[in-house]
Design a protein around this ligand. Structure first.
Ligand code: SF4
Length: 416
């Protein structure tokens, strides 16, 4: 039985989710059939292992399908996928977004460009994000920083921004398709605009887009660098109700020596100051954070300061990563923390994260909240809390809900 539409298997971040939608459109328009496209991630060894495993399984289950591999892991390490007989084609991170790539019939098996030579973001308008009530759109790609643990710049190249006009067109198109919440995503979104004429800041871009698309009810931002929030963005945090009171911080650690060895731009006090300032403007502001457990040379005392900063900043949604050494990064050459210690510290952080979530959920009981409906009668509040609704609503709809209680890591609510 041949498969009509190409299947997308996406790993990793929201940027990959957005790009998979772009590839889906290009592949469909090119009439590609009976194909499975793997959009890989290289952030951890585990993400790469899962991709290889999924590729082998796909070949077993679909012997005739065309298997195409792209994404950061394919861009950084094409040889590994070229060495897999299951794989028919390997496409680089820039070429995957080009319509021509998908129309070409006589192509090399391996098509990888020097990603550092890519200067612009390729512009596409997606109609939506399949299966998602909230749409992720790319506003920036690549990164000019070189944190010592991070492989991403080698997969995505240097920082480049999507012009404001294209972002506005994309937001308008999604709002017209019925989306009530959009998430601006990228690799290092706080560096937005530094490569554009007039160097508009992230805050200036957001203000402009919200002014040009007054119909958009809710805007959410993906990961922010604690010390790179511009004045316009601070004003929006203080004044703009359509900007959701939920910020995700690329924190990584709470100890200054570790942060220095990571080559991060912020120190512990900067992260604390960011949270305090945001809560001065929006007392109900909730924070998420990316944190690495077991970075090379991290001692128990240093780790204790990471645990402590979670409470000091009152962080809620923790994305915890046991350190994963990436070949070619400076941190991989530093004295390593044993794997079992990394895992144990990650477990400690996750347990603390659970406690923080419970504390956060308690604050919502008895309150009225606006919820965006996702799947199976579950939705998300403005503060990103999950809510089990008492009755089903259309996916993507906004509903006013009275929060009744807590079940596990979720609120329960009555649709008003
Ligand atoms: S800011 Fe650092 S962690 Fe983030 S993508 Fe750039 S190099 Fe990686």
């Amino acid at each position: 039985m041949s498969r009509k539409e190409p299947e997308l298997v996406t790993f990793g971040c929201r940027l990959n989710t957005y790009e998979s939608e772009v590839m889906r459109t290009h592949a469909k328009n090119a009439g590609l059939e009976d194909a499975i496209i793997f959009n890989t991630c290289a952030v951890t060894k585990e993400a790469e292992r899962q991709a290889r495993q999924a590729i082998r399984r796909a070949r077993r289950d679909h012997p005739k399908a065309k298997i195409i591999v792209t994404g950061c892991s394919a861009q950084i390490d094409p040889e590994t996928y070229a060495g897999m007989e299951e794989v028919d084609q390997i496409i680089g991170n820039d070429l995957k977004l080009e319509a021509e790539t998908w129309g070409a019939t006589d192509h090399e098996r391996v098509q990888i460009n020097d990603i550092m030579s890519v200067k612009e973001t390729a512009s596409h308008l997606i109609d939506g994000v399949e299966g998602h009530a909230r749409a992720f759109i790319q506003v920036q790609n690549g990164c000019d920083h070189r944190c010592t643990f991070c492989i991403i710049p080698y997969g995505r190249g240097n920082s480049r921004s999507v012009p404001i006009g294209e972002i506005t067109d994309q937001v308008r198109k999604l709002v017209e398709s019925g989306y009530n919440e959009i998430v601006f995503t990228g690799v290092d979104v706080t560096s937005y605009g530094s490569d554009l004429p007039g160097e508009p800041t992230l805050g200036q871009m957001i203000r402009r887009v919200l002014a040009l698309v007054p119909e958009l009810p809710r805007l959410r931002l993906s990961s922010l660098d604690p010390v790179e929030i511009d004045d316009d963005l601070w004003r929006l945090i203080a004044e703009e109700p359509r900007l959701m009171p939920h910020l995700h911080m690329s924190l990584q650690a709470g100890d200054d020596m570790v942060l220095k060895r990571m080559k991060r731009r912020h120190l512990r006090e900067d992260a604390i100051a960011m949270c305090e300032r945001a809560r001065e403007y929006r007392p109900d502001m909730v924070f998420g954070a990316d944190i690495i457990a077991g970075f090379p040379t991290e001692t128990d005392e240093m780790f204790a300061r990471t645990l402590d900063v979670v409470e000091e900043c009152d962080l809620t949604f923790l994305h915890v990563f046991p350190y994963s050494e990436r070949e070619g990064t400076p941190a991989a050459k530093m004295p390593q923390v044993p794997h079992e210690v990394r895992k144990a510290r990650a477990a400690q952080l996750r347990a603390l994260g659970e406690k923080q979530v419970q504390k956060f959920l308690k604050r919502h009981v008895g309150q009225k909240r606006q919820v965006i409906v996702e799947q199976n009668g579950i939705g998300r509040t403005e503060h990103f809390a999950e809510v089990q609704l008492d009755k089903n609503q259309r996916q993507g709809a906004l509903a006013d809900v009275m929060i009744k209680g807590i079940e596990g890591n979720r609120l329960t609510g009555k649709v008003l």
